[in-house]
Design a protein around this ligand. Structure first.
Ligand SMILES: *Cc1c(COP(=O)(O)O)cnc(C)c1O
Length: 374
């Protein structure tokens, strides 16, 4: 079946009791059992039908055999990191989501994991960073907020025995399917495009390998960072329109990127869909389209960036991304405070846009007004 059909139907059949077309919200913590110890449904941390539908749908969209849902993207990442043991080494992008950098360096470093941050868009740098006890390579592509693109298939080819985990939050499975490119584990913040309506915090992990799945499922239940049934329902609903939303996000972002490229108040536009992007050729090969995220540097420096980000009317000044509404932010002052004073610190004149699915002329008019304040 094709992606658009899977987004609406995978993991979901009309409710056996009532025929309800939409998967019900099974808002229960426990289930009455016919006989002792034999029930499929025993306790809702372990299993919940609304969550199962979501897990199966996300797995199908990623082309994976197994999916697991979590209460946040960070909870999903945390569970994946628990596959590792003290002394294990992890190679990660030098431009990762701030919260991912924080859990690596401020949580798991204390439990004996060791980290190297490398330029993931350079396969040679990745090859050099891999050590005999490297057990995981952690890739984001495109990255947040610099939108660097890593060649996932090339990294899969040189990772050796390490597992390759790809945070696919920015691309979504509609634009890129890491498992098909050789990744072992896909991680999502479903908070972003998968839910798509800025009303849920959630996460997901998708794998093909049965053994890895068994361990992760054990951890999901043993650690317990599971999402509630209402949140699962909302993400499941959001997924149904993922393909049409992504089409509009991508078309709007490309138009906005071209507009910014020509604007004198903009020093540099970073968008994987522009020929000027350093890894444009990899993005063109690896992704269906180029996504809804754009970063740009204000020509007038950090103060100009602050003025622009506070002058938009439609683009809301807000963290997060991937919702239907457009957002603007200054990463150095907002989402990426946790990497300040580290080698991952970002340019304070950098502005990040999450381009929504509004009418693109209205978005460009809003940016025209804001850039005039620079
Ligand atoms: C938001 C985000 C996360 C963390 O997800 P939460 O749902 O906020 O916990 C991880 N990776 C990327 C790329 C993100 O954008």
């Amino acid at each position: 079946m094709n992606f658009e059909t899977l987004a609406i139907h995978a993991g979901q059949t009309p409710d056996p009791t009532t025929g309800a077309v939409m998967t019900p919200i099974y808002q229960t913590s426990t289930y009455a059992q016919d006989s002792m110890g034999e029930a499929v449904y025993d306790y809702a941390r372990t299993i919940n039908p609304t969550r199962s539908a979501l897990q199966d749908c996300i797995a199908a969209l990623e082309g994976g055999a197994h999916g697991l849902a979590f209460s946040s993207g960070m909870a999903a990442a945390d569970t994946v990191l628990r596959l590792l043991k003290p002394g294990d080494h992890l190679v990660a992008s030098n431009d990762v989501y701030g919260g991912t950098f924080r859990i690596f360096t401020k949580v798991y470093a204390d439990y004996g994991l060791r980290f190297s941050f490398v330029e993931m868009s350079d396969p040679d740098a990745v090859r050099k960073a891999i050590q005999p006890d490297t057990r995981m390579v952690w890739v984001e592509s495109p990255t947040n907020p610099l939108l660097k693109v890593a060649d996932i298939a090339a990294i899969a080819g040189l990772k050796g025995a390490a597992r390759l985990a790809v945070d696919n939050t920015f691309a979504t499975p509609y634009l890129q399917q890491p498992l098909a490119l050789g990744a072992d584990i896909v991680v999502h913040s479903t908070t972003k495009y998968l839910n798509g309506h800025s009303d849920v915090v959630g996460g997901a992990v998708i794998v093909n390998d049965d053994e890895t799945f068994t361990r992760l499922k054990f951890l999901q239940n043993a650690v317990g960072a599971v999402p509630g049934p209402l949140d699962c329902f909302l993400v499941l609903r959001g997924l149904k329109t993922l393909p049409v939303r992504m089409e509009r996000h991508c078309a709007n972002a490309l138009a906005v990127a071209h507009f910014l490229e020509r604007h004198p108040a903009v020093a540099r536009v970073i968008y994987p869909g522009l020929a000027s992007h350093p890894q444009h050729h990899i993005a063109a090969r690896q992704m269906r389209q180029f996504g809804g995220m754009i970063s740009f540097i204000a020509a007038g420096g950090p103060e100009a960036a602050r003025r622009i980000a506070q002058a938009t009317r439609l683009f809301a000044l807000a963290e997060s991304l991937g919702g239907v509404e457009s957002l603007i932010e200054v990463p150095a002052a907002m989402t990426h405070m946790s990497v300040a004073d580290s080698p991952l610190a970002v340019d304070p004149a950098l502005i990040r846009l999450s381009v929504g699915i509004e009418n693109v002329d209205d978005l460009i008019a809003d940016l025209t007004h804001a850039l005039a304040q620079a």
